[in-house]
Design a protein around this ligand. Sequence first.
Ligand SMILES: *[C@@H]1O[C@H](CO)[C@@H](O)[C@H](O)[C@H]1NC(C)=O
Ligand SMILES: *[C@@H]1O[C@H](CO)[C@@H](O)[C@H](O)[C@H]1NC(C)=O
Ligand SMILES: *[C@@H]1O[C@H](CO)[C@@H](O)[C@H](O)[C@H]1NC(C)=O
Ligand SMILES: *[C@@H]1O[C@H](CO)[C@@H](O)[C@H](O)[C@H]1NC(C)=O
Length: 361
Amino acid sequence: MSWVIQATLSENIGVMKYEDVFLYISTLFLTKPVSDENITVIDKNFSGIPVRLYLPKRKSEKQRRAVIFLHGGVFVFGSCKTSTYDDLSRLTANRLDAVVLGIDYRLAPQYRFPTSFEDSVCVVKFFLQDKVLAEYGVDPARICIMGDSSGGSLATSVTQLLQNDPEYKDRIKAQALIYPGLQWIDTFLPSHREYEHGPILYREMIIKLACQYVTEDKALPQAALRNEHMPEESRHLFKFVNWSEFLPEKYKKNHVYTEPVLGKLNASYPALVDSRVSPLLASDSQLQNLPLTYILTCEHDLIRDDGLIYAKRLQNVGVRVTHDHIEKGVHGAMSFTRAPVFLHLGFKLMNKYISWLEKNL
Ligand SMILES: *[C@@H]1O[C@H](CO)[C@@H](O)[C@H](O)[C@H]1NC(C)=O
Ligand SMILES: *[C@@H]1O[C@H](CO)[C@@H](O)[C@H](O)[C@H]1NC(C)=O
Ligand SMILES: *[C@@H]1O[C@H](CO)[C@@H](O)[C@H](O)[C@H]1NC(C)=O
Ligand SMILES: *[C@@H]1O[C@H](CO)[C@@H](O)[C@H](O)[C@H]1NC(C)=O
């Protein structure tokens, strides 16, 4: 899908706004809830928020595993109902004999932060009720939250919230984060520098889109492009994303760490210092109780370093992490199972992720 978006963007960017193009493309690919021989697919509302359920048809003696899915799209576009996500959820349900729950949280710019986060939390809490799990035959001890790209950000922050809430602690067995975006406080990490012009994600485009999640004020993306968007009093947060500390030598290359310039932006956006927007801002003590974690990162990805840093920070505090790093991989590749390009790569990533779930969930 991203491939098509990229092509369409470059053709239409002169006449349409970025977010309109994304919206247009993503609706083109929406699928209806069509059941097949193995899986019953139904659309519902959980707590008033649209969701899609994939329920295996075959009879089961045991309760089933469940995967909760949060889609990507920079918080401004996308749906769990687009064709490639529909394929992935169907395949996950079939291969794992699991219930898959896709969440269509509301999107910016119409609904800005924290709506998408709160919608996701609301649906997850609804689903985790004993009576709801029982209705779908789900084993409460075998539930995973998964998300890709900005959905990976949501999966990360939802998991952090639940794990640090006594009522929900240990209700999530695993989290799977697929090329996740995990911070916006430093926009000049080595991967931002190396993949500024793609493939797939472009630094300027992503910063402009991502800022829509917070505000329509153009001053924010302008400052963020220069890495001068954070407030003076945020200095203490940079230790959590300091790539010169957390990146493997291999990815530091010859890059020199430069401190972001603080206090240049007049307006103040509390979202910028909020760990629900940048889950990498969670402290070590908030990270140490996190569940079993799968992180997939791709080499050629603008936001690669977010995932690399999170993997390192989790390992440092003793969380059990499986980290698959795909050399030659590109951002969004798991959605390329229908595109003519990166087809083989897409299936390879999907298999790695589903095989991990088979063994660990
Ligand atoms: C149904 O499941 C079987 C066994 O896993 C598989 O061979 C078949 O392709 C599946 N059908 C669909 C429509 O996915
Ligand atoms: C979900 O709620 C919306 C708004 O109330 C409604 O239009 C829609 O039909 C509902 N969807 C389902 C699948 O029940
Ligand atoms: C980041 O790490 C570098 C090198 O380890 C250090 O010089 C710098 O002060 C650190 N910056 C912050 C904000 O933690
Ligand atoms: C920020 O505020 C100062 C003082 O009020 C003003 O001089 C400056 O132009 C403002 N900067 C921006 C980017 O709005």
